[in-house]
Design a protein around this ligand. Structure first.
Ligand code: FES
Length: 109
């Protein structure tokens, strides 16, 4: 099983082995990681914003326009920001490292 590491805003890390095919949002929810995901993956909120480790960013599937539009509204956007509901774990992403931002904007409110 591929492993993904979530880094909390306080710097603590959680390594999680999870089945390929799940989104990072689903993995976070299954393991009690504090990633909101208010719209449950329907690209309508941006509360699943994650900051991808720069060394991994180019290995992800290319970002789609819908995700980009929603991401523009995310709190604390960075050059390696993505939406966690759109990153699907795969064997090729074994070792992926993502950080949780300090806060989020919920566009559904
Ligand atoms: S969970 Fe709402 S955009 Fe990802």
């Amino acid at each position: 099983m591929p492993r993904v590491t979530f880094v909390n805003p306080d710097g603590t890390r959680r390594d999680i082995d999870a089945p390929a095919g799940l989104s990072l949002l689903e993995i976070a929810h299954r393991h009690g990681i504090d990633l909101e995901g208010a719209c449950e993956g329907s690209l309508a909120c941006s509360t699943c914003h994650l900051i991808v480790d720069p060394g991994w960013f180019d290995k992800l599937e290319e970002i789609q326009e819908d995700e980009e539009d929603m991401l523009d509204l995310a709190f604390g956007l960075t050059r390696t920001s993505r939406l966690g509901c759109q990153i699907i774990l795969s064997e090729a992403l074994d070792g992926l490292v993502v950080s949780l931002p300090e806060g989020s904007n919920n566009m559904m409110l």
